[in-house]
Design a protein around this ligand. Structure first.
Ligand code: SAH
Length: 244
């Protein structure tokens, strides 16, 4: 029995409950935030399966357990009023979950806190907007400005909205962009997949080693920056915008 099958469901609730039972989601707040977003609004096919799916334009919506992991690393920095930057927002699914995590359910239409989703493909920004408009709370998030989707190169962050309590990067970066670390609040946390630099090494030249790892970057209350490499992943790359 494969993990993907085990963690599938016939409904969003079943999918999230199965991820929780399997220990792939452990945090209750993350679980609740994911229960409140119907993944079918964001994934064009097999929305209740624990696997990534293509969403067009070379992008994929990540697997539900990956979204869960990302949120669990960030959850302690997400509370009512927090400011969040979601780079490579793609389908907009995670943007919605992150918004739930900074929103008191009794004030969905409120304006405290903000999540900014950035993607460099205009069509995906439009799709994310459309996806979020499929639910009542999503429409309120957009109308109140609690969520904003922007077309821009996410490698530069979005300094107009800085500083951020949380920066999530949904595509693999070539480096731990220092401009993003600058835009973190003190304290704040960034979750970012980074391509291992192996150009110079023998292993790299032979095409061995390398790979992508999630880095968790903390800007501590005293301003010091702590970087930790946590686990290996496989994300689409953070790139230049495609030529039109
Ligand atoms: N979190 C999203 C992931 C989408 S895949 C989801 O689960 O739906 C990664 C996204 O990063 C793609 O939508 C791609 O268009 C975007 N992307 C790649 N390079 C980028 C860049 N330089 N700036 C902004 N977005 C970028």
């Amino acid at each position: 029995m494969s993990m993907a099958w085990y963690c599938s469901g016939s409904s969003n609730t079943e999918l999230i409950e199965n991820l929780f039972k399997a220990g792939l989601i452990k945090n209750e707040r993350v679980k609740d935030a994911m229960l409140r977003v119907d993944r079918a609004h964001y994934a064009p096919s097999s929305p209740y399966q624990d696997s990534p799916q293509p969403i067009g334009y070379g992008a994929t919506i990540s697997a539900p357990h990956m979204h869960g992991h990302a949120c669990e690393y960030l959850v302690d920095f997400l509370k009512p009023g927090s400011r969040v930057l979601d780079i490579g927002s793609g389908s907009g699914y995670l943007t919605h979950v992150l918004t739930n995590l900074i929103t008191d359910p009794s004030s969905v239409g409120g304006t405290d806190g903000q999540v900014i989703g950035i993607d460099h493909i205009q069509e995906l920004v439009e799709i994310a907007h459309k996806n979020m408009s499929k639910s009542e709370d999503g429409r309120q998030y957009l109308e109140s400005g609690r969520v904003k989707f922007i077309t821009a190169d996410g490698r530069l962050g979005w300094k107009e909205g800085a500083p951020y309590d949380v920066i999530h990067v949904g595509a693999a970066a070539e480096q731990l962009h220092s401009v993003l670390i600058e835009q973190l609040r003190t304290p704040g946390r960034m979750f970012i997949p980074v391509e291992t630099e192996n150009n110079g090494s023998l292993a790299g030249r032979l095409g061995l080693g390398g790979g992508q790892y999630i880095w968790v970057v903390d800007k501590k209350a005293d301003g010091s920056v702590h970087k930790e490499k946590v686990f290996q992943v496989s994300y689409v790359p953070l790139t230049d915008a495609p030529q039109k």
